[in-house]
Design a protein around this ligand. Structure first.
Ligand SMILES: [Zn+2]
Length: 107
């Protein structure tokens, strides 16, 4: 099954306190300062969605890591569905709930 998370990019500003996207801090992927285009992956944090060279972005690396760890991946999807229920259709929400219920029963 394939679930698409809609992660909007924001252009973060770490200098101007009055900017609506003022959001200083560090990237949860590379640990460097937040700059430019970033997206928030719940359960992980803010991640760069652009790189200076032709490398995978911090967001892409985080998503690749999630796929290697299915339980964390389902948990992340559940966090996104809880935060933005209207962005997901009922069959996706049902599948995630069913999966999490099955997972917690077997543990
Ligand atoms: Zn980064």
């Amino acid at each position: 099954m394939r679930i698409t998370l809609n992660l909007p990019d924001f252009t973060l500003d770490d200098l101007d306190v009055n900017d609506p996207h003022f959001n200083p801090g560090l990237c949860a992927g590379c640990g460097n300062e937040r700059w430019g285009q970033m997206a928030r992956l719940h359960g992980t944090g803010w991640l760069h969605t652009q790189t200076e060279e032709d490398e995978p972005t911090c967001l892409q690396k985080a998503l690749d890591n999630l796929q290697a760890n299915p339980l964390t991946a389902w948990h992340t999807i559940a966090l996104h569905i809880a935060k933005y229920p209207s962005r997901h259709d009922a069959s996706t929400i049902r599948a995630v709930l069913r999966h999490l219920t099955n997972t917690s029963q077997t543990n």
